[in-house]
Design a protein. Structure first.
Length: 240
């Protein structure tokens, strides 16, 4: 009996060890407040507690209306790519696996929700929720994180918001894209969907023609930065 009890306790301790936290996230729930232009990015970075980890993840709950998914403006991103949820069958239940996350990657933005605020429906106030289950690929440890979306009504104002006088064309673009802006813009940076800088352009005056010949096809964000280093506006475009 004593031997059997010892074996049982050993088995319990093995499963307990497997369930120990192998990674952390800054929060269990994060809110995206939809009252701005450009792209809204809500980060919940995954940090290994010891050795490197690979994460399997999938969405376990969401109440996002079709008025949002029909616009291809919402995605969940890991360190591999962004998965945009759109159409009548957006793939909410698909399982995804990250690339290996190293312990020294904890300053990188490795897991986020991405929303194109410029195209966000005016009457989609929310709150809406997306719950994601994160699972260590090599152990039994898992945790749930939730992204919440809330749009608050804004009062009507005649004051122009920063970035109202900025436009880009053509969109979609092929080998080049034009940007028209105010004279305070000094730098334009192009980012891919996982937040990596693809190209940086120094500009003068109030317009620029940007060469995209070395940029792969896909969806990108153009960030316009003033002479103080502040992001004035973000614009989304497609490179065909």
């Amino acid at each position: 009996m004593k031997k059997a009890l010892l074996v049982f306790l050993s088995v319990v301790s093995v499963f307990a060890a497997k369930a120990q936290a192998t990674f952390t996230t800054p929060a269990d729930t994060l809110f995206a407040i939809m009252n701005s232009e450009g792209s809204v990015e809500v980060y919940n970075n995954i940090t290994p507690t010891g050795a490197s980890v690979t994460i399997d993840w999938h969405i376990t709950y969401q109440n996002i209306p079709s008025s949002i998914t029909s616009l291809n403006i919402l995605g969940i991103c890991d360190n591999k790519t962004c998965y945009m949820y759109s159409g009548s069958n957006p793939g909410w239940n698909d399982m995804h696996t990250t690339k290996e996350i190293l312990p020294n990657d904890n300053n990188l933005k490795l897991f986020k929700m991405l929303i194109d605020a410029e195209s966000y429906p005016a009457n989609a106030n929310g709150p809406y929720y997306i719950t994601v289950m994160l699972m260590d690929h090599n152990s039994s440890y898992m945790k749930n994180v939730t992204f919440a979306i809330q749009k608050f009504p804004t009062s009507v104002s005649s004051v122009a918001k920063a970035g109202d006088d900025i436009s880009i064309y053509p969109n979609p673009a092929r080998n080049e894209i034009n940007a028209v802006f105010n004279s305070n813009i000094k730098t334009i940076a192009v980012y891919n969907l996982i937040g990596k800088v693809v190209s940086v352009y120094k500009v003068n005056g109030s317009s620029a023609k940007l060469d995209l010949s070395n940029v792969p096809s896909g969806i990108y964000f153009m960030r316009l930065v003033d002479n103080a280093g502040q992001i004035v506006a973000t614009r989304r475009f497609t490179r065909q």
